[in-house]
Write a protein that binds this ligand. Sequence first.
Ligand code: B12
Length: 214
Amino acid sequence: MSEEILRQLHTAIAELSEENAKDAARRGVESGLDPLDLINNGIRSALDVLGDRFSAGDLFLPELVLAAKAADAAVEILEPELLKQDSSGEKLIKVLIATVQDDIHDIGKNIVTLLMKAAGFEVVDFGVNRSSEDILATAMQNGVAVIGLSALLTTTMPHMREFIELLQESGERDRFKVIVGGGPVTREFADEIGADGYGADATRAVEVTKQLMA
Ligand code: B12
């Protein structure tokens, strides 16, 4: 049953059908499936396949846009379930999350935001395509402890390094913990640029933040 629903969700997104994606997400919720399982093995897996087809020239941007719409619609249905998960008293810790400059991918960032909220963190979602300067200014204004940066393009990953350099140059490096993630980002890259943490998925993003704040 759960395999069938996962497959239905994966297929709906792979076939760019928002309606079918919503139906499958609803079925998943009604059947009590783990919303994270639905995200990782239904939604993200389908987007990975579409991404590969896109880079192979077998699929084009308008199709990716439709896939993103279907994914967003399915995540919206899962949102209340994600927020129901245990929030183990992380309140008072503020986290800012943003996608770096020149990058508008936000499906993953939004899932990280949801899970952080579910874990009890107070999250400032600063959106996409944000310059390092604006991220720093907003983090200072909001008094956040942790800054999470997302990048989905190899060409925008350098903005993560640039952000950490900006923190150093402005004498604010010790004030914030910086965690990074997104499709092409690796632990090695995170270490190389001097980030405090890396998360391969939203669950890890929460775990790493908890560890850093412990
Ligand atoms: C959907 C999509 C789009 C949508 C985005 C819609 C949206 N609202 O986000 C649209 C159609 C707009 C788009 C546009 C483009 N895209 Co695009 N896109 C994708 C696709 C298919 C899926 C991305 C996604 O949402 N994945 C699902 C989420 C859940 O995964 P995730 O983002 O990785 O997030 C998880 C983890 O990484 C982690 N995480 C994410 N952020 C963070 C942050 C922190 C702090 C932490 C700890 C963890 C963490 O947790 C998340 C949840 O588990 C990918 C393919 C792929 N395999 O990723 C290509 C892909 C990223 N796109 C690509 C490209 C080339 C583009 C364009 C340049 C295409 C063009 N010619 O215009 C533009 C760029 C626009 C821009 N300036 O940003 C390439 C990038 C290649 C590269 N080497 O850089 C990819 C890899 C496709 C490919 N294989 O060619 N895209």
